[in-house]
Write a protein that binds this ligand. Structure first.
Ligand SMILES: Nc1ncnc2c1ncn2[C@@H]1O[C@H](COP(=O)(O)OP(=O)(O)OP(=O)(O)O)[C@@H](O)[C@H]1O
Ligand code: SF4
Ligand SMILES: [Mg+2]
Length: 334
């Protein structure tokens, strides 16, 4: 990858949880190139939103560095820094209603990001009108308030607001999961069109693996605050190496024989609550992993290159790669 637009190194974010600290993000290294779409998947609570919120400046980090467009960002953004960063990085939220001011008309909401950049008057109004058209809404929608629009229409406004100031990166955090299935595909197509039109880099966070597979050129898999597998989307989906990636795919796919083998593994969600906290040493996936051995608990695995061009954090990667596939290895254990 030529110089990445975003580079995060050893990123950590710990929240106090009773007597302990919960490592929502724990030592993440990540790069996103200009115009690249990186998918981010992982079950609920794995730290995906926290990672996105740190990059966009809505959440302070506990440690690590965030470099945006060649510039190191401070741990806490001042108002000026936040405004400056907003010209480069924007976010589309799951809850489109909460992301819009209920007392502002749609037209005013659309112009707001421009006003904060000093673009006002007719220039801002024309641009807002253009974006109403571009996201497929009638101009009359501009006079309405958020509660007068459907969820799909509001998300179109959320997307227009994110793109209107021409940022270089848009972080989409579950942008369609609150919408009717009937409108999800339209919104996904719109996001893909805009991403391609403007060559905008994207961090696309989603539970829906099919959507990530469709949109993202690279995919990262997150488990309890750590990236456990990352690489080209096709390789991650077709040749998953990390036992957690295999389980995650199994939980979402069914139908053909390969998927049936995976589907017979322990239910991912049923054991999710046994998740260890940050103080535990070794591989965090060990309590749920069918390939775990004592050595897995002795130290955290690092991301290492696999034979399929991905990087995988697993002490037993060599063993997994020795077999023809991870899937066969796991099925032997059934
Ligand atoms: N402000 C906060 N204070 C305390 N704990 C938090 C806070 N924000 C997130 N967490 C915790 O950090 C962990 C990661 O949360 P996060 O929302 O980033 O996960 P996620 O992967 O986005 O989950 P989901 O798929 O459900 O959206 C969770 O255990 C969550 O409860
Ligand atoms: S390091 Fe061990 S416990 Fe962790 S995923 Fe690999 S085999 Fe499983
Ligand atoms: Mg989230």
């Amino acid at each position: 990858m030529t110089s990445p637009f975003i580079e995060v190194s050893q990123l950590r974010c710990h929240f106090k949880s009773g007597e302990n600290y919960l490592a929502a993000v724990d030592g993440v290294n990540l790069q996103i190139g200009a115009g690249e779409v990186l998918g981010l998947v992982g079950e609920s609570g794995s730290g995906k939103s926290t990672l996105g919120r740190i990059i966009v400046g809505l959440q302070a980090r506990s440690a690590g560095t965030v470099c945006i467009d060649g510039k190191d960002m401070p741990q806490h953004y001042s108002r000026r820094q936040f405004r400056e960063m907003s010209t480069k990085v924007q976010m589309v939220f799951q809850d489109s209603y909460a992301s819009l001011n209920p007392r502002m008309t749609i037209l005013a909401s659309l112009q707001e990001p421009l006003w904060s950049l000093g673009v006002r008057g007719k220039a801002a109004l024309d641009k807002a009108m253009y974006w109403l058209d571009r996201v497929g809404l009638p101009r009359s929608a501009g006079e309405r308030y958020p509660h007068e629009l459907s969820g799909g229409q509001r998300q179109r406004i959320g997307i227009a607001r994110a793109f209107i100031a021409e940022p270089q990166l848009v972080i989409c955090d579950e942008p369609v999961s609150a919408l009717d299935v009937s409108v999800q595909a339209q919104i996904i197509n719109l996001l893909q069109e805009l991403q391609r039109e403007h060559n905008t880099a994207m961090l696309f966070i989603a539970h829906d693996l099919a959507v990530v597979r469709f949109l993202a050129s690279r995919t990262a898999v997150m488990y309890l605050g750590e990236i456990v597998e990352i690489g080209p989307t096709a390789a991650v989906f077709e040749s998953p190496r990390h036992p957690y990636t295999v389980k995650l795919l199994a939980a979402h796919l069914d139908g053909n024989p390969r998927e049936r083998v995976l589907g017979s593994l322990a239910d991912v969600k049923a054991v999710a609550n046994k998740a260890p906290l940050a103080s535990d040493s070794g591989c965090r996936f060990a309590p749920r992993c069918q390939l775990a051995i004592a050595a897995c608990c002795e130290g955290p695995p690092r991301l290492l290159p696999s034979l399929v061009d991905t990087e995988v954090a697993c002490h037993r990667l060599a063993l997994i790669e020795e077999g023809s596939s991870q899937i066969e290895l796991l099925s032997e254990k059934e």
